[in-house]
Design a protein. Structure first.
Length: 158
């Protein structure tokens, strides 16, 4: 069974590398010193600060593990790896709706930022655009039915 590939822009990979390094530093500072962890007991009961400490540590370890999985299965998006004229992850797609033009870059969910025009391949618009071709009209049914005509598909060097 093959692992799921994560197709990332160069900037996206750098961003998660930075998050990974920051989380490892935080974890190291939490567990590195003898005085880092609160005492287990407070009187005769478990210390609530110790329970919060364990919860934070578990969160850090889980997120670090997720990022390691992404690194292991990451592939930088390269224009040469994409099918010309077909929308795929890494494509910048110019669409038109009733004379209004919009531009979207299709990315993995953790790179998505709609304010910057980066939409997830798993979002309603992203799913509808995936596999589309220039000149094709697509329908998006979330939450209002919208029709987009794909005007141009570009892949830029990462």
């Amino acid at each position: 069974m093959s692992e799921k590939k994560f197709y990332l822009t160069k900037e996206g990979l750098e961003k998660i590398e930075q998050e990974y390094n920051n989380l490892r530093q935080i974890k190291q500072s939490k567990v590195g010193g003898r005085d880092s962890a609160p005492d287990v007991l407070h009187s005769e009961e478990l210390n609530p600060d110790y329970l919060y400490f364990l919860e934070d540590l578990k969160f850090l370890e889980n997120r670090i593990s997720e990022l390691e999985h992404i690194f292991k299965n990451a592939e930088i998006i390269k224009p040469s790896n994409r099918k010309k004229g077909i929308v795929d992850v890494g494509a910048t797609v110019l669409v038109e709706n009733n004379g209004q033009k919009d531009k979207f870059m299709i990315v993995e969910a953790f790179e998505a930022n709609p304010d910057l025009g980066r939409i997830s391949k798993d979002s309603p618009v992203g799913r509808a655009l995936m596999g589309g071709k220039e000149g094709q009209e697509i329908m998006i049914n979330s939450p209002v039915e919208t029709s987009y005509k794909i005007r141009r598909i570009n892949y830029h060097s990462a």
